[in-house]
Design a protein around this ligand. Structure first.
Ligand code: ADP
Ligand code: MG
Length: 486
């Protein structure tokens, strides 16, 4: 059945949105794609530049095996075909910050072919986005226009750093799906350790292709908005483009296939260059590099060593700990959270553990702007709190107070409970004494509860208050029912 829920209503009827993304992801590696220079972020301008990066005459590129392995691992993580034969081409263009005068990229024969990403949507459903290809290429450097009134400077530190360009099929149907796709892609890359996914530092950025069409018709003409560098901006750029394109078409106009730029300040896209001015890059095989031929055994070894990825981890958490798909999805959204949960849940009541990790612990982390890595409560400590609740030593309510103490002051939860007398009273003698006092002090209520059994809750509340929340609720209920005869 056709999914019509993402259709956009125009003045003259429904429109279907079609989106394809080209994501540039910086490869995590110590050195660059074709030289031994460091890839470290920051540093003084031009600290990390080898003679190859500076394109000195006679210098030859040498492929970095670690970058190739990272591209293959990423391809495997995207359930993609790995091409044992691939080739590097020169993309000729004047880049002021890439002194070769061309970019070494893969055009006709990329290292990775078709694959798929399962995108998890907010309503709990999922959507498959096809991967068209992934290829390796060099990044350019950075021009600095604010250092001197009359001159521009150039920083080649990033020149030659390896990028993976990950091209999706035009399978995305809304800005929501696009944002969820990039989020999922980033999670997969982070699990693999092939890209740190830090969009603020430019390690990941996207070219956003958008078109609209009448449902069921051929693909419409697309525009490509370049270099969008945050997930929120990707959503805004799409929403703006969709609105603009529908307006143009409904006014009887035509969409120009063009390159646009997104302006985060105004939230609009602006035309940068049209197809008529499109560059002819004169791609040809790079004569300095042999084609890249991989052994199947090289790929197999990388495959065998892949970590458990988010989709598989989610399945396993659902199965091993009887979690809901929603809870499992929250937990696997980053590896550290999933590891933390498993450390808390191992050998304990998984549902209770999930509840504490997701509702209490994550909320507290968020409040203090911490991360799992630097939070003051360890998995052992949270596990200790869960143990005390499971054993009936403390109630869930006291557990929250205890969590706050451990968060602020540290320490062993069991020792804190002991030392501060927070233990739940299960001693029936002590509870009976409190119940008797309350019954004696409230004859009116005792009379009333006989006709209105729901008043029992009021008695429970009184006993809990008197015991400062430490009386065991099951015991309180049982004793009250017996003594009140309800
Ligand atoms: P190019 O290499 O010229 O940029 P491609 O055909 O490789 O073009 O497509 C680039 C991206 O644009 C891909 O992510 C693809 O899914 C997307 N795309 C192609 N056609 C459309 C379209 N009509 N609407 C939206 N996205 C599209
Ligand atoms: Mg393109």
């Amino acid at each position: 059945m056709t999914d019509t829920s993402n259709y956009v209503q125009g003045a003259t009827g429904d429109w279907e949105v079609v989106i394809g993304l080209e994501v540039h992801a910086q490869v995590t590696s110590n050195s660059k794609l074709f030289s031994g220079a460091s890839t470290e972020f920051g540093g003084e301008p031009n600290d990390h530049v080898s003679l190859v990066d500076a394109a000195m005459p006679g210098m030859l590129p040498v492929i970095n095996e670690a970058c190739v392995a990272q591209a293959v691992r990423t391809g495997l993580g995207l359930k993609s075909e790995i091409n044992l034969f691939s080739r590097f081409d020169r993309k000729n263009y004047f880049y002021p910050d890439l002194p070769q005068g061309y970019q070494i990229s893969q055009f006709q024969y990329p290292i990775v072919g078709e694959g798929v990403v399962i995108v998890d949507l907010k309503d709990g459903s999922s959507h498959e986005v096809g991967i068209e290809r992934l290829h390796l290429e060099q990044d350019a450097g950075k021009s600095l226009h604010d250092q001197h009134p009359d001159y521009s400077y150039v920083d080649f530190n990033r020149t030659g750093v390896a990028l993976m360009e990950i091209v999706s099929k035009p399978d995305i149907r809304s800005s929501e799906q696009a944002k969820a796709y990039v989020t999922k892609l980033r999670t997969i890359l982070r699990y693999l350790g092939t890209c740190d996914g830090n969009m603020e530092q430019g390690s990941m950025r996207a070219d956003v292709n958008v078109s609209v069409r009448r449902p069921g018709e051929e693909l419409g003409t697309r525009t490509e908005t370049k270099n969008v560098n945050s997930i929120r901006f990707i959503g805004q750029a799409i929403d703006y483009e969709v609105g603009r394109q529908i307006d143009v078409l409904e006014d009887g106009g035509k969409i120009d296939q063009e390159t646009r730029l997104f302006d985060p300040k105004s939230g609009v896209t602006k035309s940068m260059r049209s197809k008529e001015e499109a560059h002819d890059y004169r791609y040809f095989p790079c004569p300095d590099l042999l084609p890249l031929e991989l052994e199947q055994s090289f790929v197999d070894k990388l495959k065998a060593d892949l970590p458990e990825l988010p989709d598989e981890k989610k399945e396993r958490l659902i199965k091993d700990y009887s979690l809901t798909p929603y809870d499992a999805g929250v937990l696997v959204s980053d590896r550290a959270s999933a590891d933390f949960f498993e450390a808390v849940a191992k050998g304990r009541d998984a549902k209770l553990a999930a509840n504490w990790v997701i509702n209490e612990y994550f909320a507290r982390i968020k409040k203090d702007e911490k991360t799992v890595e630097d939070s003051p409560v360890s998995a052992d400590q949270l596990g200790g709190i869960v143990d005390l609740i499971s054993k009936g030593d403390i109630s869930g309510k006291i557990g929250k107070e205890l969590f706050e103490i451990v968060w602020e002051e540290g320490g062993d939860p069991a020792e804190i409970v002991e030392a501060r007398g927070m233990k739940q009273v299960t001693d029936t003698g002590a509870i009976e004494k409190i119940v008797d006092d309350i019954i004696a002090a409230n004859p009116g209520q005792v009379e009333a509860v006989k006709d209105r059994p729901q008043l029992l809750g009021w008695f429970v509340g009184q006993v809990m208050k008197e015991s400062k929340g430490k009386a065991n609720p099951q015991a309180v209920n049982a004793i009250l029912k017996e003594k009140l005869g309800v």
